[in-house]
Design a protein around this ligand. Structure first.
Ligand code: SAH
Length: 214
C-alpha cells in the first residue's frame, strides 16, 4: 500500500459522486480539501478514507464522510453563509463546512471541553483557526452570533431544539439534524417569509445522543 492519503481521499469522493450520494460540486470540493486523516486518532488513520464513522474519544464518533456530504448538500450553503454547528467533535465537519462558507463564518458549540480543546488546536494547525468554538450545551445555540443562515446538529436531539431554530434567520434559514432517540430521522426545517416552517424528512440515521437539555 504505497497509495497516499490524497489519492485515497480523491477515490473516496469519486465513489460518493458516482453513487449519487453527493451532488453539489462545492460539497465534493470540500470533502476533497479536508484531510480527514488528521482528525482521527493515530491508530485509526489507515481507515480515515473508509466511508464510515470512527471513534474520536469521550465515547463520541466522527461521522462517516457520506453523512457529512449529504448534510452539506441538504443545507445548500453559499460562500459567506453564517453557520452554527452543534457538536464540534474532532472538528472535521466544521472544517468541511468552512471550505464552503469560509472559516470566519463557522460557529460551533461542543459539550465536552476536552474535545473542544483538541478540535481548536487541530483546526488551528490545519489553517482553520478562524472557526469559532465554544464549550457549552448546544440546546442554547450561540445567540451572540445569530441570526445564522443555517444550523445543523451532529448529535441526536429528542425534539427540535427550539432555541437553535430561533437563531436561524426568518426568511430562508435552515435547521438540519437527527431527531429522535435510539434511531433518528434526519430532519430539514426551512423558515419561510410568511412565518411558516417547511419540514422534510431525509431518512433514518444513527448519531450519538445530544447531552444536556435540562
Ligand atoms: N461533527 C463531529 C461529529 C461529532 S459527534 C465531527 O466532525 O467530528 C457529536 C458531538 O456532539 C460529540 O462531540 C458530542 O460531545 C457533541 N455533543 C453532544 N451533546 C451536545 C450538546 N448538548 N451540545 C454540544 N455538543 C454536544
Amino acid at each position: 500500500m504505497t497509495e497516499n492519503f490524497t489519492d485515497r481521499r480523491d477515490r473516496m469522493v469519486d465513489h460518493l459522486v458516482e453513487q449519487g450520494r453527493i451532488e453539489r460540486a462545492s460539497t465534493a470540493a470540500a470533502l476533497r480539501a479536508v484531510p480527514r486523516h488528521e482528525f482521527v486518532p493515530e491508530e485509526r488513520r489507515r481507515h480515515a478514507y473508509d466511508d464510515r464513522p470512527l471513534p474520536i474519544g469521550e465515547d463520541q464518533t466522527i461521522s462517516a464522510p457520506h453523512m457529512v456530504g449529504i448534510m452539506l448538500d441538504l443545507l445548500a450553503l453559499d460562500p459567506g453563509d453564517r453557520v452554527l454547528e452543534i457538536g464540534t467533535g474532532c472538528g472535521y465537519h466544521a472544517a468541511a463546512t468552512a471550505e464552503v462558507v469560509g472559516t470566519e463564518n463557522v460557529y460551533s458549540v461542543e459539550y465536552h471541553e476536552s474535545l473542544a480543546e483538541r478540535a481548536r488546536a487541530r483546526l488551528t494547525a490545519l489553517g482553520y483557526g478562524d472557526i469559532s468554538i465554544r464549550v457549552g450545551d448546544g440546546h442554547a445555540g450561540w445567540p451572540a452570533h445569530a441570526p445564522y443562515d443555517a444550523a445543523y446538529l451532529t448529535c441526536a436531539a429528542r425534539a427540535i431544539p427550539e432555541r437553535v431554530l430561533d437563531q436561524v434567520r426568518d426568511d430562508g434559514g435552515r435547521l438540519l439534524g437527527p431527531i429522535g432517540s435510539r434511531w433518528q430521522t434526519l430532519v430539514l426545517l426551512r423558515k419561510r417569509s410568511d412565518g411558516s416552517i417547511d419540514r422534510e424528512d431525509h431518512g433514518g440515521v444513527r448519531f450519538v445522543p445530544m447531552r444536556g437539555g435540562e
